[in-house]
Design a protein around this ligand. Sequence first.
Ligand code: B12
Ligand code: SF4
Ligand code: SF4
Length: 361
Amino acid sequence: MKDINVINYLNKSGIEIPEYINLSAVSLPSLENKSTEIKNIKNKKKHADMKFTFSNPDYSGLGDKFEWAKSCIIVSYNYGENYKTNIASSLGNGAIARFAIEDYYLPIKRFIDQLKLHFDKLNLKTQEFIDSPNHYDRLFFQKSGLGWQGKSSMMLAPGIGPWQLIGNLYVEKEFKPFEEKTYSCGTCNLCQISCPTGALDNEYQIDSTKCISYWLQSPKIIPHEMRIKIANRFYGCDDCLLSCPPGQNKFINFKSSNEVDLNEIINMDNKNLISKFSWFYVPKRNADYLKRNAIIALANNPRSDSYKLFERLLDASSEIIRLYSVWALWRVDKLNTINKNNFYKSENSKEVLSEFERLIK
Ligand code: B12
Ligand code: SF4
Ligand code: SF4
C-alpha cells in the first residue's frame, strides 16, 4: 500500500478527519533519533530536573522503537482556532495559556482511538503516544512535512504557527510518505526577544530553569525573581507563541477572554479545584500547587482588599500556602501587618519562617 498516503487511505476507508486535525505519516524504519539532543539539554542542566522524556532519552528520542512498525502517523490538533484571548486584564484575575483552556489533547485521543479500532479490526498492531514521557512527540513532525522547528523550539506550521498539540501513532502498515518541506524561521527572532525571562537566549534550545511554563508546573520553591516575572499567569505561558508571526493569522477577540477569578480559585475546595482543571499537569495532583500559582498571580495583580485574604491564609494548614502568602503580603507591601509575636508562636515550618525573615529585612 506504499502508493497511497494516509489521508487518502482514511478517506477511502470512510474515516472522517475531524475539524482542526492535521495529519501526516513517515515510513519506518526512519533512522530519526533525537536521544543525543535530549541528553545534551539534560547534561547542560537546562531540563530543570524534569523527568518526562529526560528520564530515558535513549528510548524517548528513538524513532525506530518497534520492529513491527511500518509507519508512524503524526496527528496535530490546531487549538488556535479558539479566538478568545489568554490575557487577563482585570484586577484580581489570572491568565491561562491557550493550550490549556480546555483539554485539547482530547480531540487527538479520540481520533487516535478511532484509528486504533480500525487497525485492530485488520489485525494490525498499533502503539500511540500522546504527551507521554516515553516518546518525544516532536520527533517526526518536520520529516512528515507538517512544518518545522522554530527558534522557540515550538513546532510551527503554515497557517497555524505554534498553536498545535501533537500525538503519534505507530502502525504496522505502510503509507506513501509525505515530502519534507524546507520552511524555516529565517532571520526572525521575535520569540527570543519576547520571552520575559531569557529562556530562549540560545535559539532552538530552551532553558527550562528560566521558563515560566515550567515553574508553574514545578513542585520546587519558585525563585523570588521568577515569581515577579510570572505576573498574573495562573497556568502556562504564551509569550513566545503570541509573538510568533506564522501564528498571528487570526483575529483574536479581546472582549472574550479566559480570565480566572484568583480569589475564587484560592478559596476552592482542593478536590473540586483539581477536577475543575483535570487536564492540567499538577505535581502529585496536589491542588496546593494550583493555589500557589493563584496566590503569586493575585499578589502581582491584586484587588485593593487582596491582602486580607493573604493574611487569613497565614493560618492555612498547608505549608506551601503559608509560604507564598508571606511572600504575597510582602509583594503588596503589607508584610508589616503581620503580628510578629503571634506569627513566631504559631508558625513551626522552617521554610515559612526563613521566607519571612528573608523578606522582613
Ligand atoms: C518537557 C516539556 C516541556 C518543558 C520543556 C520544553 C521543551 N522545549 O523541551 C516545559 C515545561 C518548559 C514546556 C513548556 C511548554 N510546552 Co511542553 N512539553 C514537554 C514534553 C513533555 C517533552 C519535551 C522534550 O522532550 N524536550 C526535550 C528537548 C531536548 O526537546 P526540544 O526542546 O524540542 O529540543 C530540540 C531542539 O533543541 C533541537 N535542536 C537543537 N539544536 C538545534 C538547531 C536547529 C537549527 C534546529 C532546527 C533544532 C535544534 O534538538 C532538540 C531535539 O529535537 C513535550 C511532550 C512530549 N512527550 O514530547 C511537551 C510539548 C513539547 N509541550 C508543548 C506545549 C504546547 C508547551 C507550551 C506551549 C505550553 C504553554 N503554553 O505553557 C510551552 C512552550 C515552551 C517552549 N517554548 O517550548 C507541546 C508543543 C507542541 C508544538 N507545537 O511543538 C508538546 C509537544 C506537547 C504535545 N504533545 O503537544 N514543555
Ligand atoms: S513559555 Fe514563556 S518563559 Fe517559557 S520560553 Fe516561552 S516566553 Fe519564555
Ligand atoms: S517567533 Fe520567529 S524565530 Fe521564533 S519560532 Fe516564530 S518564526 Fe521562528
